[in-house]
Structures are given as C-alpha cells and as structure tokens.
Design a binder for this molecule. Structure first.
Ligand SMILES: [Mn+2]
Length: 430
C-alpha cells in the first residue's frame, strides 16, 4: 500500500483501543481449538491468504427496478471508485483486487494502471456489458446481444467482449466474465434452440480472442431482465457452454441467480467434480437476484458453499483455483461499509469451513450417521471465529473493527466535499 486513503494514525488509534480484548479473545479461542487438535495459527495464516475482489460498480449506490436514490459523496468515475476500493482494502486487507465493468469504467488503461498501482490495487476479472445500450452504438440490445437474430448486432456484442479482453490485458487482468440479459418475455417469442446456437457461435469467437493464460467465465441467471426464458438460465446450460467452448471456459456462480431454495452448494460440488467451477459472485438473497450483502440473509448457506471449497482444497483437486468476487448492490447502506462487511463474512465462512473435522465427517457419512455428520458441520459453523478474522486484519495492517475505524475517519464526509451530488441513474445491478 503506497497511498494511505485513510490516515494510518486513525486506524492505529482505533486498533489500540481494541487490541487488549482481541488478544484475550484470540488466546481463548486458540485454547479451545487446541483441545480439538486445531492450530489457530495455521487457520489465521490461511485466512490471511484468502482474498476476494471488490466490484467497481459496488461502491456506487445501486437502485431497484423503480428508482435509484443517490448516496452522499458517491464516486463520480472509476478513479473515485478505485479510491473507495482502496479504503475497503486498507481496512480489511481482504480485497486487493477490483473487478472492472466496461464501459462504465472505461478510461485510459495506463492511467487506470497508474492509479491502481499508487493505491496498491490490482485488477481481477473484466466484466462486459451487452445488456444495455450505449449512446454511440450502432445496434440496440433491446432484443438481445450475443444471441440476437441479427448478425450485425451479434458482431457488435462480440467485438465489445474482445475489447474488454484487450483493456484487461493492458491492466493485468486474467479473466473475462460474460453475463447477458438475452432472453424472451413471451412463449414463442424466440426459438430456444436457434437462439442458443447463435449464442454459442458468438461465444466461440470471443473465446478465440482469449490470451493463453486467460479464463472465460460465463454467468448463469434464472430470469431478469427477461421473464419467460433466459439464454443462460441455469448451471446446466452454463456447464454446456463451458464444455462446448474448451479448457479455458468455466462457470461462474452468482449466489443470487438461482430459484429460491436451490441447493447451491451442491451445484458448486458438481462443477468442482467436473473441473468447471470458474468462480463466484458473492452476495445474498431472499427471493431473487437481490444482491444483498454476503451472509446477511443465509450465512449457513455461505458456510456450506465454503465447506465444498475447503473440501476440494483438502482433497487437492487439480487446477482448483476459483475466482472470488463480490457482486452486490447497495440501496440503504454506505457501499464501503457493506463491502467491508461482506468481505469479512466471506472470510468468516472460509474460516468456519476450515474448522470442519473432515476425517470425522467422512466417517459419519460412510457410517450413515446422519445426525453426527450434520453436527460435525454445525460444530464448525457455531464457532465464533471473529478473533481469527480480526487478528488476520490487524497483522496485515488493517483494522480490528473496519466499520468503526471507517466511521472514525470521516472518509465519506471528506470525499463528499469533492464529489458533488450525482444526478440521474447509472447501472448497478447485474
Ligand atoms: Mn453477478
């Protein structure tokens, strides 16, 4: 970190107040874990090495289908957004990378790179946008993009994705995430078969433009903006895409893009088993693509997803390195606070999953002891790992309590003085 966005003495003053209690809690948890043959230092080390990318669009205030209420001191452009992302990283030490969205974040790649370098940030997967029209584009995406009936529109969408790869290459990114809104609102409006064939043809061209060390993530979503059918509606279709395209193509799982009550952790396990899990968009939901803060609605589900990830890590699954990204929209909170909170919740789920006694679990599974198998997971999940998370942050130079340090800094108020109130809407929910 070369540029401290929040003065270091504000963070250390807040940490100093909290340090004695943390030291006591950490020691107590260490003793408790030692009784279960778990080494707290080993877990703290693993947690310190777990990172998740912040979405550039997440630091702005989102909106609903009905309205958007601009926030106070909102970022005006990508350079302001990077400043906000740097605050999240400075306090949590969990989010050293940013996932960009083109064209929302379009700027001179050299300037973007220089700004990120100054803030100690790097770039994660690039995100393309063919679900809305830009002022200067020749063809409209109203009736689709990569699967559009018109070849010229498909070509325009393909070229946009290739441009995202080119921009990302200049920035040091290594992946492209593709999510499209293509679909239909009426039975019969489009042919399921022909539209999917057109989509695959377009994606083959995008895939060919990938550098050797890049990965392509396709992201499925059950519905919205199309309400009757969606071209990449579920993990089955997503898997077919990844299989059809080749070794560099993987499935991206956004936790909010499934029907309510879908067993997402099982989808994760299947994709791992067949080598096609590319990564995640973490968030939480109650009903649909709610884009709520990770772990805010169903933290047990988040834990169960991480249980599958840690299990794969434990088994040494070859080539297993899923991308971790947050994808949220914030309507009623300060986006920086929400993103810090989510980064912590994601690490919490990881730490809890590391505590699962895997040998015992396997024994209970093989012995058909359903109750004890469930209890083995619950025992890990019930452990309050906050001292591990706080200690990992503290040792890395972050805040013991990121939200408290952030509030003490007055960051939002100080940037609001330079960022005039935003008028009008901008994208935010994907
Ligand atoms: Mn997403």
């Amino acid at each position: 970190m070369t540029d401290q966005t929040i003065a270091a003495d504000i963070v250390s003053a807040d940490n100093d107040k909290r340090q004695p209690a943390l030291a006591a809690d950490y020691a107590a948890l260490g003793e408790k874990l030692a009784r279960d043959n778990s080494d707290i230092e080993a877990i703290t080390q693993k947690v310190s090495e777990f990172f998740v990318a912040v979405p550039s669009w997440g630091v702005g205030t989102g909106g609903t289908r009905f309205a958007r209420f601009p926030g106070f001191g909102e970022p005006r452009h990508i350079f302001d957004k990077l400043d906000d992302c740097a605050v999240i990283q400075q306090l949590t030490r969990t989010t050293p990378t940013v996932s960009l969205h083109i064209p929302w974040d379009k700027a001179d790649p050299k300037e973007l790179k220089a700004k990120a370098d100054a803030l100690g940030l790097r770039f994660d997967a690039m995100n393309s946008n063919t679900f809305s029209d830009q002022a200067d584009q020749a063809h409209s995406y109203k009736f689709g993009s990569l699967s559009h009936v018109d070849a010229g529109t498909r070509q325009q969408a393909v070229e946009h994705n290739i441009e995202c790869i080119e921009i990302g290459s200049a920035l040091g990114s290594k992946a492209l995430t593709v999510w499209v809104g293509d679909g239909s609102n009426f039975p019969g409006q489009s042919s399921f078969t022909r539209s999917f064939e057109r989509y695959l043809d377009s994606m083959r061209t995008v895939y060919k433009a990938l550098p050797d060390d890049w990965r392509l993530f396709s992201e499925h979503k059950m519905y919205e903006p199309a309400f009757y059918s969606t071209i990449v509606q579920d993990w089955g279709t997503n898997y077919l895409i990844a299989q059809t395209l080749g070794d560099k193509a993987f499935c991206l799982v956004d936790l909010g893009h499934h029907a309510p009550n879908t067993n997402i952790e099982m989808i994760v396990a299947r994709l791992i088993q067949f080598g096609k899990l590319g990564g995640f968009h973490f968030n939480d939901s109650k009903y649909g693509d709610d884009d709520l803060d990770a772990g805010s609605i169903d933290p047990y589900r988040l834990f169960l997803v991480f249980n599958e990830l840690v299990d794969a890590e434990h088994r040494g699954v070859k080539g297993f390195h899923p991308a971790h990204m947050i994808d949220q929209s914030h309507n009623v909170t300060d986006p920086i606070e929400s993103l810090m909170s989510s980064a912590n919740e994601i690490r919490r789920a990881y730490a809890q999953a590391l505590l699962v006694d895997r040998a015992a679990l396997e024994g209970f599974q093989d012995g058909n002891d359903a109750l004890m198998a469930s209890e083995t997971l619950k025992r890990a999940y019930r452990t309050d790992v906050e001292p591990i998370l706080a200690e990992a942050r503290r040792r890395a130079g972050g805040a013991i309590d990121p939200v408290a340090a952030y509030r003490a800094s007055g960051y939002r108020k100080s940037v609001a003085a330079q960022r005039p109130a935003v008028k009008g809407g901008s994208g935010g929910i994907i």
